[in-house]
Design a binder for this molecule. Structure first.
Ligand code: IMP
Length: 192
């Protein structure tokens, strides 16, 4: 039996990884099975933080470990919220966070931004990183009810819609997480 530990206690993430990995014959575990552990995500990139998480958990369990880290970089705001995306304006909901970002972007001509997702995997062969990037623009207003987080303000130019206006299928086909996950699956299937 092949076991994989997902270094998260986010049930939504666990469900998503299960749907991807169980068909490949993996049994998927998550942090709720381990003693609580404090991880200091003090890296300066998504990749470093994903690796820090995966390695810390690898020390605690004898199986393949996967950890991911993602966020939104806005060029005109010095790549904010970046690696702090989850904690940006902590305590406020995303409709407020998005409103603040739109306010800060008022009058900016450079509206380029990207979502980045880094997935780290530690197995018996070592550490592996898979990165996906979705380039786009910060829209001038929030639009759409699908997705989560910063999706309503992120314009995906090839669809002419915000990522909150895309179906799950459309978003997965171009998203940072979709790209990184397909790389991860190719590795696990032995294709890479
Ligand atoms: P983490 O990868 O769980 O640390 O989450 C990073 C944060 O980045 C999330 O809480 C969201 O704020 C943001 N984020 C990452 N991916 C997306 C996305 O696909 N849409 C909208 N926001 C995202």
């Amino acid at each position: 039996m092949k076991d994989i530990m997902i270094a998260t206690s986010n049930k939504g993430k666990v469900r998503e990884y299960k749907s991807l990995l169980e068909p490949l014959g993996y049994t998927v575990h998550d942090l709720s099975e381990l003693d609580p552990i404090e991880i200091d995500e003090n890296g300066s990139t998504f990749q470093e933080n994903a690796l820090i998480k995966a390695k810390s958990i690898k020390d605690k369990c004898n199986m393949i470990v996967i950890a991911d880290d993602s966020g939104l970089e806005i060029d005109a705001l010095n790549k904010e919220p970046g690696i702090h995306s989850a904690r940006y304006l902590e305590g406020h909901d995303y409709s407020y966070k998005n409103k603040v970002l739109l306010e800060r972007m008022k009058g900016k001509t450079d509206r380029s931004a990207r979502f980045v997702c880094a997935i780290a995997l530690c197995d018996e062969t070592g550490d592996h990183l898979f990165t996906g990037v979705m380039e786009g623009k910060i829209n001038d207003q929030a639009a759409g009810d699908n997705g989560f987080g910063y999706d309503p303000i992120f314009l995906v130019e090839q669809f002419g819609k915000t990522s909150a206006q895309l179906t799950m299928e459309q978003k997965n086909s171009v998203s940072h997480r979709g790209i990184a996950t397909r790389e991860l699956l190719a590795y696990l299937k032995g294709e890479k």
